[in-house]
Design a binder for this molecule. Structure first.
Ligand SMILES: Nc1nc2c(c(=O)[nH]1)N[C@H]1C(S)=C(S)[C@@H](COP(=O)(O)O)O[C@H]1N2
Ligand SMILES: [Mo]
Length: 418
């Protein structure tokens, strides 16, 4: 079995030769000519799309793109998306509660009745014809529970601009486009095997039932991004519960994918169809978006799937800390590659660093705390830098890419000591 990276490079060569299924290089060039831009949203986070309701997804129409309440002490709304405010996580437990979990919608949350919903599994990567599963049938298959984060590839994107002075397109997230939940569901591999998986299967394409994504007047179809069969059979879950509750509408009701360690776009919500191919698949979500473009990357962009290491204080920007008194700072660090080993904190813009104390067992989603005594009144910056057990750490500068993905640098968190 080739590694994912080798597979991605081979798939890219095939795509460049025009050997593509689903979304060809010619399609992309036509689209780029028509749209003239690669961003899905403007820097201010406003979608540049119109939305069309299609198919079984179009039920009762909620007032806005997101159904659940978005109180301002828990969320910052960015276009069709809502970012978690990290101050809302202070002294919360290990999980991010649903009432503060971020939402990333390309268009809007569809209302889907689980009683009528079906999962269709189709394509030449199956031995026989298509298979179909009802919600009840899925729930009767062997269940598994995993506790993993979902994190947008563009989380922390705004710091490319505010810290590095670089122009990027896409939703201007701070650090709140991430959340850890306990997901329960059935393994994708179990469902694919029951559907009659063939040894010729190469890619698995989950397709969302939300409205088509339309940008610059071009209909890009339903939100969908292929997953190589090796990953699909390894640890991917078709989840129907989140933190012990039925999956809420905004997070993919009735069923979504959860793809551990990979960027959020892999975890397709409201999945209605899964196509199993016998050749590499292409969609705008693995050619035009969610690729690394920029001076240090190949001209046609570098594919990527995995998340990086980040840290956040459970504190608002511009918070005021009392001078000369002990202040307990809390935060969390996370890595897709293993447990967090150390977290260092600086309260003077990086001049000196101190070890934070872990709260709870060492995992890839680590709570921590540190008591500091800021003395000099005035503005300063808090910094937190995590390192995981494999030695992955947070650099001072993130590698620039035009779409602003994978910002892993240490974030400079502005506060005032008074
Ligand atoms: N069908 C569908 N799936 C989707 C999306 C979407 O817009 N439509 N957004 C993706 C992106 S970019 C992210 S980061 C995650 C966000 O999951 P959440 O909204 O549950 O936090 O869902 C992914 N799955
Ligand atoms: Mo995302």
């Amino acid at each position: 079995m080739p590694s994912e990276h080798t597979y991605d490079s081979r798939r890219l060569r095939q795509w460049l030769r025009g050997d593509a299924s689903g979304f060809s290089r010619r399609d992309l060039l036509k689209l780029t000519a028509a749209v003239g831009t690669l961003g899905a949203t403007t820097a201010a986070g406003h979608p540049v799309d119109g939305t069309t309701a299609t198919g079984p997804a179009a039920g009762a129409d909620p007032a806005g793109p997101i159904v659940k309440p978005l109180p301002p002490d828990k969320f910052t709304v960015l276009g069709t998306n809502a970012e978690m405010r990290w101050s809302a996580m202070r002294d919360q437990g290990h999980l991010v509660p649903i009432d503060r979990f971020f939402v990333r919608n390309h268009t809007r949350t569809p209302i889907i009745d689980a009683g009528y919903w079906r999962l269709e599994v189709t394509g030449p990567g199956l031995r026989g014809g298509p298979a179909s599963f009802s919600y009840r049938e899925l729930r009767r298959l062997p269940a598994e529970t995993i506790t993993v984060p979902v994190e947008c590839a563009g989380n922390a994107r705004s710091y490319y601009t505010s810290q590095q002075g670089q122009t990027v397109t896409g939703t201007a997230w701070h650090l709140g486009a991430v959340g850890l939940a306990r997901w329960r569901g059935v393994r994708l591999g179990t469902v694919l095997r029951r559907a009659g998986l063939s040894s010729r299967a190469v890619d698995v394409l989950p397709v969302g039932l939300d409205p088509h994504f339309v940008t610059g007047g071009v209909d890009l179809g339903p939100v969908r991004r292929p997953i190589p069969i090796r990953k699909a059979l390894n640890d991917v879950l078709l989840a129907y519960e989140m933190n012990g509750e039925p999956l809420p509408p905004d997070h993919g009701h009735p069923v979504r994918l959860v793809v551990p360690g990979w960027i959020g776009i892999a975890s397709i919500k409201w999945v209605g169809r899964i196509e199993v191919s016998d050749q590499p698949l292409f969609t705008p979500w693995n050619t035009q978006f969610y690729r690394l473009f920029g001076p240090t990357f190949p001209a046609d962009g570098q594919p990527f799937d995995e998340q990086v290491v980040k840290s956040a204080f459970e504190l608002d920007h511009e918070a005021v800390l009392p001078a000369g008194r002990p202040v307990r700072l809390t935060g969390r660090s996370w890595s897709a590659h293993g447990p967090i080993r150390t977290v260092e904190v600086s309260t003077n813009g990086g001049a000196t660093w101190h070890r934070a104390h872990p709260i709870g067992p060492g995992t890839g989603w680590q709570r921590w705390e540190i008591t500091v005594r800021p003395s000099t009144p005035g503005r300063t910056e808090l910094l937190a830098r995590a390192t995981d057990v494999r030695g992955n750490t947070q650099p001072d500068t993130a590698t620039y890419n035009t779409l602003g993905y994978l910002f892993d640098a240490v974030v400079r968190h502005p506060v005032t000591v008074a």
